[in-house]
Design a protein around this ligand. Structure first.
Ligand code: UTP
Length: 290
């Protein structure tokens, strides 16, 4: 079994839910307190032993490349001012094997993943979406890799969602539970209405995929919204190889929605050593008048 050493981060979507902020700025560069969201995602991949990361970007995404590049002028200024902690922080993001490729048009998540075909070759790999930040004792990407070591097959992360929310997600039709938090899957359904949803287990933005997914993506016709859906390709793959779902029970932050982004900012702000105490006092003060 080949080890999982590569990750793909699709970041070429239009980010329409965050307009006008995302008209010229990549949504992945919006910060939670002081760190761009994409840096949290890259850190999760690295914590799971991922060595090479491909970011699939689109127009207005240059800031992502710049963020992970060195900035000699800034570094010299920080050094001259003796701001060594900040210098370390700035330099940390440059010491990563990152690669970039453009998706020429936002033709869907499936098409974005297909851009990674040459980079991935014939190895298993993980896909991490910037819309979900996660936290657990063992990082979610590591949990998927641990499951993969047992089955050698593709494994997606799912979480239990309220039944009325199924139309926001790809949902699994579980066949049977085959291990701790692990389901063999009958079918994947993209955004089902609650009446038709086969379960409340919704796919979130972490996928461990075998390279056979690329053949499926190449044969996938545009689905809902005229986009090439990754879920459709995974459903076809499931007819050839088993695809498993791993139920994530840690904390998931839905930062692709405005409310989720605000909640996450508050939670991280309360934990941040520079802002925690003042933010807590502020929330208590304004909560009285709500
Ligand atoms: P979303 O469906 O959340 O779309 O994409 P979006 O453009 O990012 O955001 P909204 O909904 O318009 O606000 C899910 C993931 O797939 C990537 C996005 O960057 C995001 O990480 N994606 C989507 C692509 O890379 N290319 C696409 O063509 C579509």
């Amino acid at each position: 079994m080949k080890p999982v050493k590569k990750a793909v981060i699709p970041a070429a979507g239009l980010g329409t839910r965050f307009l006008p902020a995302t008209k010229a700025l990549a949504k992945e560069m919006l910060p939670i307190v002081d760190k761009p969201t994409i840096q949290f995602i890259v850190e999760e991949a690295r914590a799971a032993g991922i060595e090479d990361i491909l970011i699939v970007d689109g127009k207005s995404k240059r800031s992502i490349e710049d963020h992970f590049d060195s900035n000699p002028e800034l570094e010299m200024a920080l050094e001259a001012d003796g701001k060594m902690e900040k210098l370390k922080m700035v330099q940390e993001t440059t010491d990563i094997n990152l690669y970039f490729i453009r998706q020429s048009k936002p033709r869907g998540l499936g098409d974005a993943v297909l851009q990674a075909k040459a980079f991935v070759g014939d190895e298993p790999f993980v896909v991490l979406l910037g819309d979900d930040m996660t936290r657990d004792n063992v990082p979610l990407t590591q949990q998927l890799i641990d499951q993969y070591k047992k089955t050698g097959e593709s494994t997606l992360a799912v979480v239990k969602v309220p039944h009325n929310d199924t139309q926001k997600y790809g949902v699994i039709d579980p066949m049977e539970k085959v291990g701790e938090d692990l389901y063999q899957v009958q079918q994947f359904v993209e955004k089902p209405n609650p009446e038709n949803a086969p379960s409340d287990l919704a796919i979130i933005g972490r996928y461990l995929l075998t390279p056979e997914i690329f053949e499926e993506l190449e044969n996938t016709k545009p689905g809902k919204g005229g986009e090439i859906q990754l879920t459709d390709a995974i459903d076809s793959l499931n007819k050839r190889q088993h695809v498993y779902a791993h139920e994530f029970k840690g904390r998931r932050y839905d930062i692709g929605s405005k409310i989720g982004f605000l909640e996450t900012s508050i939670e991280f702000g309360l934990e941040h050593p520079e802002t925690g105490a003042e933010l807590k006092a502020y929330i208590k003060k304004i909560a009285k008048d709500l």
